[in-house]
Design a protein around this ligand. Structure first.
Ligand code: SF4
Length: 351
């Protein structure tokens, strides 16, 4: 049966490129459902979920939610974090410059988009990707691998680069007029800015790049350190890498200390699972995790209290009492005096 209107599923980040792509396709009379995937490693969304605030005191907003509302796009937010662990720890196509498995990640998102295509009776997928804009996943060879892996060959239209890419099914079938699409290549944003003016996009998220923890070199360093020291990484370990200051004691025990109130609240929520440290007074809170399943030694408890004291309001002698408790099942509690550690020691423990 012939459809009156065709429908597309759009991968939507809230950034300018994906916003423009949706507009270009909507302008051709196609219904678009914008889909935003939450991987568990989206920086803004992770901070928003934890209730953290920006340095100016305002709350973080999910850019996809914000701009879909502003431009009237239908939006679905899909949480893929549950299945994403294997993509990060065991990517078939390896990592980019940090621990970003972009090819596997995009293929996974397209697979999920294909499922949504079937669910919403959509005809094709659109994406704001621009040919040769990003090194790992946006050159032609990578794009082909990604589509093949996801089983969506010919179904993904990239409106911003369509004219320089092989025609896709929606173009060949005449659902979309290829001539009205763009042929942008590379990193310059000049044409996108012109298009934004033409299409009435007067506000948008600044170019992505700082939006994924997996492309962050500090995150990658902490990830590789965990694998090197502990010989494995768990799902919980991986999510812990997104918060706090990280330290490794000479005994191998890891300590994570909050940097702000939002992180403090999040860490307090983990106190049943890990050793937990909090000052009697103002300051940061911390959790600690031994490599082997064992209790902390008294010596370690004192080391951690001294470390935590560095991030607390201590007395004039650099001292503050620190409460500690074990994970719930071990039921150990106590109070220990923390004495601010020397910076040199702190730096030698910092990951
Ligand atoms: S930057 Fe992050 S979210 Fe984007 S493709 Fe790479 S791994 Fe996936």
């Amino acid at each position: 049966m012939m459809k009156d209107r065709r429908k597309a599923i759009a991968l939507y980040s809230g950034g300018l490129d994906s916003t423009l792509s949706i507009k270009l396709i909507q302008n051709q009379g196609i219904d678009v459902i914008a889909v935003h995937f939450y991987t568990g490693f989206c920086i803004t969304e992770t901070k928003r979920r934890r209730g953290e605030k920006k340095p100016d005191g305002t709350h973080y907003m999910n850019p996809a939610l914000k701009y879909a509302a502003k431009y009237g796009f239908k939006l679905e937010i899909v949480d893929i974090s549950e299945d994403y662990f294997d993509i990060v720890t065991n990517p078939k196509y390896g990592y980019g410059s940090n621990i970003n498995p972009c090819i596997d990640c995009r293929a996974f998102m397209y697979k999920k988009a294909k499922e949504l295509m079937d669910q919403f009776d959509a005809d094709f997928i659109i994406s704001g990707e621009v040919l040769n804009q990003r090194p790992m996943s946006q050159h032609l060879k990578a794009m082909k691998i990604i589509e093949k892996e996801a089983g969506v060959e010919g179904l993904v239209l990239k409106p911003l680069s369509a004219k320089v890419l092989p025609p896709t099914i929606p173009e060949k079938k005449g659902w979309v007029d290829r001539e009205k699409l763009e042929g942008i290549v590379g990193r310059s944003r000049k044409r996108q800015l012109q298009l934004a003016k033409q299409l009435g996009i007067d506000e948008y998220e600044q170019p992505a790049g700082g939006c994924c923890y997996l492309t962050d070199e500090n995150f990658a360093r902490k990830y590789l350190e965990t694998i090197a020291v502990e010989n494995r990484i768990t799902r919980e370990d991986l999510y812990l890498l997104t918060i706090g200051r990280h330290f490794r004691l000479p005994t191998g025990t890891k300590v994570v200390i909050s940097r702000n109130e939002g992180e403090g609240n999040f860490i307090k929520g983990l106190k049943n699972k890990y050793w937990f440290f909090e000052p009697v007074g103002k300051g940061a809170v911390a959790i600690a995790k031994t490599i082997e399943e064992r209790a902390l030694t008294d010596e370690e408890i004192k080391m951690i209290a001294d470390l935590v004291a560095r991030y607390c309001k201590t007395d004039e002698n650099g001292k503050i009492n620190i409460r500690y408790s074990s994970p719930e099942k071990e039921n150990i509690k106590g109070l220990v005096e923390g004495q601010r550690l020397q910076e040199e020691t702190i730096e030698s423990w910092r990951i």
